[in-house]
Design a protein around this ligand. Structure first.
Ligand code: NAD
Length: 267
């Protein structure tokens, strides 16, 4: 499949069973990659793998595999990434799994257990994925490798609708990604963050439900007047994963319809 943007690359995607992770899995597969889809939800994972396979050209020998992984457990992440050694080792790691808990609130009301749960998944999960990406790149003598970590616009701008544990966790993702990018630059390993704005995915939409006031409170800040779509994030991730972004390192790719650059938005 010469000409495809990820031809022959081995890719590992967490939170792959829904939202941004699933759209990215589809795009990676369409661009010729082998995709290891990792998610904590086995039922959703099975559906996701079948969906991704629908997009493969007939006769394709690409490997599209699902694996139950809890990113907050190092052993799960290690085993998953090591499983790709048999096919030459991982080339691209997308540490995307994340949660935003309904009980996450402000400094006063956020329960400590929600803080710890959020940070175990959103921060430790990204650390484990990054750590085992580096170990795998080295073990398989890679001279290039791309790691993409999902943060959020709330790591860049303050919000009066607080979710303090989530916001702090995404700030940590930006900081650790930036440092890893510098530490590993001479080895050819790139680390970048993705900062999505609020999206039409279950993570946010289930939480907003039918509450029109809550929805409007967010939509009004978009110059475009709408939430983003997961596929719009996935297209950015594809660029970060491919060699086209070879000189892009340690950065925050903000895909937000202009939200973080806006003061007063159009009526
Ligand atoms: P989503 O809820 O649609 O998908 C997240 C996936 O992660 C789910 O399939 C879920 O089962 C999985 N997951 C949850 N905990 C896990 C764990 N411990 N181990 C492995 N998998 C786990 O969410 P999404 O909107 O696609 O979000 C993906 C990423 O984007 C998250 O990191 C989220 O914080 C971030 N983000 C989302 C938005 C938004 O508005 N949706 C905005 C900014 C950033």
């Amino acid at each position: 499949m010469p000409g495809l943007r990820l031809a022959g690359k081995n890719t590992f995607i967490t939170g792959a069973a829904g939202g941004i992770g699933l759209e990215t899995s589809i795009l990676f597969a369409q661009e010729g990659a082998n995709v290891l889809l990792a998610d904590i939800s086995e039922a959703a994972l099975e559906k996701a793998v079948n969906k991704v396979k629908e997009f493969l050209p007939s006769g394709s020998e690409q490997k599209i595999v699902g694996l139950k992984v809890d990113v907050s457990k190092e052993e799960d992440v290690k085993k998953a990434i090591e499983s790709l050694d048999a096919q030459g080792g991982v080339d691209v790691v997308f540490n995307n799994a994340g949660i935003m808990h309904a009980d996450d609130a402000d400094a006063v009301d956020t329960p400590e257990k929600i803080w710890d749960l959020t940070h175990n998944i959103n921060v430790k999960g990204v650390w484990f994925g990054s750590k085992h990406a580096v170990l795998s790149f080295r073990r398989n003598n890679k001279t290039t490798g791309s790691v993409i970590n999902t943060a959020s616009v709330v790591a860049l701008v303050g919000s009066a609708t607080p979710q303090l544990a989530y916001t702090a966790s995404k700030g940590a993702v930006l900081a650790l990604t930036r440092e890893l990018a510098i530490v590993h630059a001479r080895e050819g390993f790139r680390f970048n963050s993705l900062c999505p704005a609020p999206l039409n995915t279950p993570l946010l939409q289930d939480w907003l439900g039918d509450d029109q006031a809550k929805r409007h409170r967010r939509e009004v800040h978009f110059p475009t007047g709408r939430f983003g779509e997961a596929i719009e994030q996935a297209r950015g991730v594809l660029w970060l994963a491919s060699d086209e972004s070879g000189f892009y390192n340690g950065q925050e790719l903000v895909i937000d319809g202009g939200m973080t650059k806006a003061y007063v938005t159009p009526e």
